[in-house]
Design a protein around this ligand. Structure first.
Ligand SMILES: *Cc1c(COP(=O)(O)O)cnc(C)c1O
Length: 419
């Protein structure tokens, strides 16, 4: 949004000298990306959030409470599953899944929502606000708010409201106020704009619980820290199962929270090749994809610096993906940095490939994946077919696809053969 890009209080760019695992630096930079580009009224509030987070994150009370909720409420640890049928069908490497789809609320988002909501509560906030794309972050945050007895307001584009109807109902049942966003493309970017505007009305009693590793510092760091458990568990589980580390990691990248959650524990393991998968949508024409790391250039959106799909004036470009949760013109600052230092390779999968993977996964494994996750699965299938049977690929199964079935049946029933 304009106010977020126009008035910068942070212009310094620091080179990323720290090893990737130790970033960001104190000001929230991953190399040249990240930071906090904020209108003046928000600077103090954001500093308070950073301060409170540093205070509680290592406190025994907070850690114990989060551990208890992760275990008894979310159902962690989620399993690592060897997909033998899919691997046999593809006929190459062995494919494993980290089952974040089995979490309470059906995706990885609950991991950071519980953390963010606990922090908001600790800070004495009455209300959490957020955007949502596919509705997964909205559902997970509303769930955390219900649990912790806080008010919750979710901003969602009208296009996504129509597409992800079950999640809208779920949020309302859980007690959220769902605010339809009626301007622009009426999808995820506008939902963030709208939620930011609502947050700005009263940043003191409200807390903007951002839904991915994006936004101003400390959110990219904080959301990553809460998601890091995915890779930590997966590393132990995979080692216990196979005696080795996976040869490849694969995760889809919207803002990048499920990907960084899986990747973080492996960044220093140079033998592990890491792949992030962005949506190529209908193709690489402007407005038809959201392949930010592939085709974007550094710029500023929603209070932080990252690769950005933008026009000549630096305004975010329109984007498209069949997966509402990947439909964003920016991307996490740490991913922007990991691309530049070449630690992670960013690839793309288009709408049709994602739908095919959605169908193959459902029919061979009996698991209906989210459309977002289907991008990672499609890429893993391609990659597996080029590798030998001793090689392994660990995919983050970021969420389940129940939310997508009506949309798929209506629009792609013929493609997946259910008409
Ligand atoms: C929101 C969502 C994503 C995309 O968000 P990231 O922050 O990139 O992880 C991916 N998969 C599922 C299931 C989601 O709900």
């Amino acid at each position: 949004m304009e106010t977020m890009t126009a008035e910068r209080t942070e212009v310094g760019e620091l080179p990323g000298q720290l090893p990737p695992g130790q970033l960001p630096d104190e000001k929230g930079y991953f190399g040249e990306y990240g930071g906090a580009y904020l209108p003046p009224p928000l600077v103090e509030e954001m500093n308070k959030i950073t301060e409170s987070y540093h205070q509680i994150k290592d406190s025994v009370e907070f850690k114990e409470e989060l551990k208890r909720l992760n275990r008894d409420y979310t159902g962690r640890p989620s399993p690592v599953y060897h997909a033998k049928s899919l691997s046999a069908k593809v006929g190459g490497a062995q494919i494993y899944f980290k089952r974040e789809d089995l979490n309470h609320t059906g995706a990885h988002k609950i991991n950071h929502c519980l953390g963010e909501a606990l922090l908001a509560k600790h800070m004495g906030k009455k209300k959490v606000i957020a955007e949502t794309g596919a509705g997964q972050h909205g559902v997970a945050l509303t769930t955390a708010a219900a649990l912790l007895d806080m008010e919750c307001e979710i901003h969602m584009g009208e296009v996504d409201i129509a597409k992800e109807h079950p999640n809208v109902i779920r949020m309302k049942i859980l007690g959220a106020k769902v605010v339809p966003v009626t301007f622009g493309l009426r999808t995820l970017k506008e939902a963030v704009d709208s939620a930011f505007m609502a947050y700005m009305q009263d940043p003191v009693t409200q807390f903007y619980a951002i839904g991915s590793v994006v936004g101003p510092h400390p959110f990219p760091m904080m959301v990553r820290d809460f998601q890091q458990i995915v890779g930590e568990e997966a590393k132990d589980q995979f080692l216990a199962k196979t005696g080795k580390l996976p040869d490849h990691l694969v995760a889809c990248v919207g803002g990048g929270s499920n990907a960084i959650g899986l990747f973080t524990a492996f960044l220093e393991d140079k033998e592990v090749q890491i792949h992030g998968v962005e949506p190529a949508g209908k193709g690489f024409k402007d407005g038809e994809h959201a392949a930010t790391l592939k085709l974007g250039k550094p710029g500023i959106i929603h209070g932080f610096k990252c690769y950005l799909l933008q026009d000549e004036k630096g305004e975010p470009s329109p984007v498209h993906s069949i997966a509402s949760g990947l439909d964003y013109p920016g991307v996490g600052p740490q991913h922007s940095y990991l691309k530049d230092i070449k630690r992670v390779k960013y690839e793309t999968i288009n709408d049709v490939e994602a739908i095919e993977a959605f169908s193959i996964m459902s029919k061979t494994e009996g698991i209906i994946p989210a459309l977002e996750t289907s991008h990672a699965i499609a890429y893993a299938i391609k990659l597996a077919s080029k590798l030998g049977p001793k090689e392994t690929i660990l995919v983050n199964l970021s969420g389940r696809g129940d939310k997508d079935i009506d949309f798929i049946a209506e629009n792609y029933g013929d493609v997946i053969g259910i008409d």
